[in-house]
Design a protein around this ligand. Structure first.
Ligand SMILES: [Zn+2]
Length: 593
């Protein structure tokens, strides 16, 4: 037994360990700290004091009472993600390193009972209760004992041996007397300081074969390799679930079936038996080939080429100004219709509500901007109207506005005709005076994804997933449509595809920002995407984006019908109107100075 053990024992002895199987390291330590509250230390974090708020408390009064000033409001707020206002029924986490002097000393004595005042200053023994050397940092120690992170360098210089090895459990660090906060400095040094040699305790074995951090070192992932190949390692934080915090975020999977399959694969790989009760901090292994490029190690070939492609794309962005969208032609499309209801969830048809939102975008564009608006489909019974009704009658009367109009019986032919119609509008009807950069194709859909996913997303066409050779639809029945006959072959130049991707990304970003500004939920991870991902299958770009001649092409997924909250929202006409207005504001902003 090492001298490092007693500290941990004291803390653990009064601790409630949450959701930990017998042979796994703890992920959370908790101890009563009356009358102030509860001390809590979570894996991957630093300790906090959880306090009960008082009646009338706000961030400022809590900060003043616990830290002695209101300066710590930002740190306290940061320690309480998701808590906008202080609420009587919710404990407030106060980082121990901002507590006022007496309370800070009391907490330090409790958490680090082996620490002591010596002739040189304060001798602190690294506790690192979760034994991976990330909880205690030089910056944190500097703030805790010296009151400011800028003292971290002088702490390192005062402890050169520890600076070499890192803050490993059981090592002693001396905080020089000259740096100590008064509350620590005022304590009399221990009468006979026992020499405590610096020593390294062998790290406790963890279920992980010590992964190596690569890349910039600040990301949430570490990387490693085992008998089953390369993986990235992530530790679940408080309140996170495998589906949303790992699969959706790091692999980009969205479809329920794929999210579930990938979650199961990751669970098997990580030795998790029950995905609904994974302890906080449990190391989760994600196969590297499933990661989105941005989460790969910095030197990984796939990430390197992805970054190079992104940089190259920036060179193709040409910003065009059009005040109030003057001179801009917008072709609006609503997904599905006719025989094709699109996604159906809880009795809600995607086709019906996508069409309603498309009509609202049209009405807002016509009312508030100077854009010229075209539509690709129309409901033959209702026209393009925007009823003040929450639920809309679902009917199958929708045509593509080709010559002749096509009553959508075969959804695939319906899709072909949408882009042939769009291209006919852009190439033949609006004339060559309108620069391609002022043409926009915008298709409205609603997603049907894993229920953990919420919010809007916008797809743009990746230049690499569009035809490289001239393309013609090879089916007989399309020949009766004038829009096909006028331009049967679609030709897309390499530079054109790059310019379209660049400006579409710009437009999509502007729409997403506007939605966010208007408090409409946006998908938290990568809301703008240039491809659809389905498991390990080949990624693809929706056909209406793939073959369009428009200079800007976006497909907006307004929300996820698979998520109950989103489904409730789309059933409200006010939400649909707000959504449409936000899209129009985003369009206008993209062409603003
Ligand atoms: Zn759709």
């Amino acid at each position: 037994m090492t001298a490092g053990t007693p500290a941990l024992m004291v803390f653990v002895s009064v601790v409630l360990i949450v959701a930990v199987a017998a042979d796994e390291p703890p992920s959370r330590l908790e101890a009563e700290f009356s009358p102030h509250g509860t001390l809590r230390w979570d894996v991957g974090a630093t300790p906090v004091l959880l306090i009960e708020p008082r009646r009338g408390d706000g961030w400022i009064t809590v900060s003043q009472r616990m830290t002695g000033s209101s300066d710590a409001v930002p740190q306290i707020r940061a320690a309480n993600p998701g808590l906008r206002q202080i609420r009587l029924d919710r404990p407030v986490a106060v980082p121990v390193e901002v507590l006022h002097g007496d309370l800070r000393l009391a907490v330090v004595r409790r958490i680090f009972p082996v620490d002591q005042r010596t002739e040189e200053g304060w001798e602190h023994e690294v506790l690192d209760p979760f034994s991976d050397g990330v909880e205690e940092t030089w910056d944190w120690l500097a703030v805790l004992f010296a009151g400011r992170a800028s003292a971290a360098d002088s702490l390192r210089r005062a402890n050169p041996a520890v600076a070499e090895t890192g803050l490993v459990r059981g090592l002693s660090v001396v905080i020089p007397e000259s740096r100590l906060l008064p509350v620590f400095r005022e304590i009399a040094p221990a009468p006979t300081p026992t020499p405590r040699p610096t020593r390294v305790v062998p790290p406790t074995p963890t279920p992980v074969a010590s992964p190596v951090a690569v890349g910039n070192g600040t990301g949430p992932l570490e990387y490693g390799s085992d008998g089953q190949g390369d993986y990235a390692l992530y530790r679940l934080r408080h309140g996170e679930a495998l589906y949303s915090a790992v699969v959706v975020r790091f692999t980009g999977q969205l479809l329920a079936k794929q999210v579930n399959e990938t979650a199961m694969e990751i669970a098997r790989r990580s030795g998790i038996e029950d995905v609904t009760s994974i302890p906080i901090g449990y190391p989760i292994k994600i196969p590297t080939d499933l990661l989105l490029p941005r989460y790969l190690p910095a030197n990984d070939a796939r990430r390197v080429s992805w970054e190079a492609e992104r940089r190259e794309l920036e060179g193709f962005l040409e910003l065009v100004t059009a005040t109030d969208l003057s001179g801009v032609h917008v072709v609006l499309d609503a997904g599905h219709g006719g025989a094709d209801s699109g996604a159906v969830q809880g009795g809600v048809w995607e086709a019906t509500y996508a069409y309603d939102i498309m009509c609202r975008i049209k009405a807002n564009l016509e009312k508030h901007t100077r854009a010229t608006v075209w539509i690709t489909t129309e409901d033959t019974r209702t026209g393009c109207t925007t009823p003040r009704r929450n639920r809309i009658d679902q009917n199958r009367g929708r045509v593509v506005l080709t010559h002749p109009p096509y009553e959508i019986g075969d959804p695939t032919l319906g899709v072909h005709l949408r882009y042939y119609l769009t291209n006919d509008i852009i190439l033949n009807r609006i004339g060559s005076k309108v620069p391609r950069s002022k043409t926009v194709f915008l298709s409205v859909h609603a997603d049907s994804l894993h229920p953990s996913v919420r919010g809007a997303m916008v797809y743009v066409p990746s230049r690499y997933l569009r035809p490289t050779k001239p393309y013609t639809v090879g089916r007989r029945d399309i020949k009766e449509f004038a829009e096909f006959r006028s331009h049967p072959t679609i030709r897309l130049g390499t530079d054109f595809k790059a310019r379209v991707e660049a400006s579409s990304r710009h437009l999509a970003g502007s729409i997403v920002e506007s939605l966010d500004r208007n408090e409409i939920a946006v998908h938290p991870n990568e809301p703008v995407r240039d491809r659809v991902l389905r498991g390990r299958g080949r990624p693809w770009v929706p056909a209406v984006l793939r073959y369009t001649a428009a200079g800007n092409a976006v497909l907006v997924e307004v929300c996820n019908l698979g998520n109950a909250e989103d489904r409730e929202l789309i059933l409200q006409h006010k939400w649909r109107e707000d959504f449409a207005r936000a899209v129009v504001e985003g369009l206008a902003a993209a062409y603003d100075e």
